[in-house]
Design a binder for this molecule. Structure first.
Ligand SMILES: N[C@@H](CC=O)C(=O)O
Length: 298
């Protein structure tokens, strides 16, 4: 049985675009609150209907408590629902993640995006639910995917509002996870940057993607056109989005955060001095030009 708070989040996020936000930092790794504010508010102005902070795009696992508090509070101040990424650090204990969940609740988060764990994910989600009382989105991430029976069990948890599916290019796994969400009457959320349009046709009814960390209108158009059954527009918008995804969500895949930050700077959302991802891998020569060329052609 789904808990009322989880049902409310499920219904609130349905057909909404949640932007998985970056966390812009300067050369020393510090967040400037004004830069952050402007960035988050700009995403909302441009079509993000909810914000997911401190998830993978926001490099949540790398930020300390003070930075996490700042990011969550500034996101909540935008007035849109805020989903907070919790966990994701190697070797972390459930108690530590529960403490993050409690702080997220204190700062007014609407829900949690729970990074996957290998060891007893159901007990992990249950502990967060009892500690913080915030509804959760399970995170079926290609780097640490859930086995189908595990995901089915997670989706039966009363505090789980839905699942964000991010299986990258595994269409079968994506379809199975979306179907599992429907069977459990939970929200099927696409996190499929490279299979965005198709994942909507496979049953996703909401989106939470790093592709919307910049260039938000492109992603917003696809989701809106599909939700409104304007299928001609959906096909055109989807092709635009796929062109953008092809140059941003590509090998080395971890470079996508840097690529979205380049776009954010080019769009004037953040200063150039805050557009470096300290955790980016080495990127090929010409990558930035390629990304900006495609992003500018929309
Ligand atoms: N999975 C990413 C978003 C990518 O689409 C995140 O957690 O930020």
């Amino acid at each position: 049985m789904i808990a009322p708070a989880a049902a409310a989040l499920r219904d609130r996020l349905r057909w909404r675009l949640t932007a998985a936000t970056a966390t812009p930092v300067d050369a020393t790794g510090a967040v400037d609150p004004d830069v952050l504010d402007r960035y988050l508010r700009g995403l909302v102005t441009d079509g993000a209907e909810a914000l997911a902070v401190l998830a993978h795009t926001g490099r949540g696992p790398y930020h300390d408590e003070a930075t996490r508090d700042l990011v969550i509070s500034r996101a909540v101040a935008t007035g849109t629902p805020v989903i907070v990424g919790v966990g994701g650090r190697p070797g972390e204990r459930t108690d530590d993640v529960a403490a993050q969940a409690v702080r997220a609740a204190t700062f007014g988060a609407a829900g949690l995006l729970v990074f996957p764990v290998d060891d007893d994910p159901v007990a992990h989600h249950d502990a967060l639910w009892h500690a913080a009382g915030l509804p959760m989105l399970a995170f079926d991430l290609y780097l640490r995917p859930y086995a189908e029976p595990t995901l089915a069990e997670l989706l039966r948890h009363p505090g789980v509002a839905g699942v964000k599916v991010a299986r990258l290019h595994d269409a079968l796994a994506c379809q199975a996870a979306l179907a599992a969400a429907h069977r459990a009457d939970r929200l099927a959320v696409t996190g499929e940057d490279r299979m965005f349009g198709p994942s909507l046709m496979w049953g996703a009814e909401a989106a939470l993607v790093g592709l919307a960390a910049a260039a938000v209108p492109v992603t917003a158009r696809v989701l809106r056109a599909y939700a409104d059954k304007r299928y001609d527009e959906f096909v055109t918008a989807s092709a635009d989005l796929d062109r953008l995804a092809e140059v941003t969500f590509t090998e080395p895949m971890e470079g996508y955060v840097q690529r979205m930050l380049w776009i954010a700077a080019e769009e004037g959302r953040i200063p150039v001095g805050h557009a470096g991802d300290p955790h980016a891998p080495a990127l090929p020569d010409g990558d930035r030009d390629r990304v900006l060329r495609v992003a500018g052609r929309r």
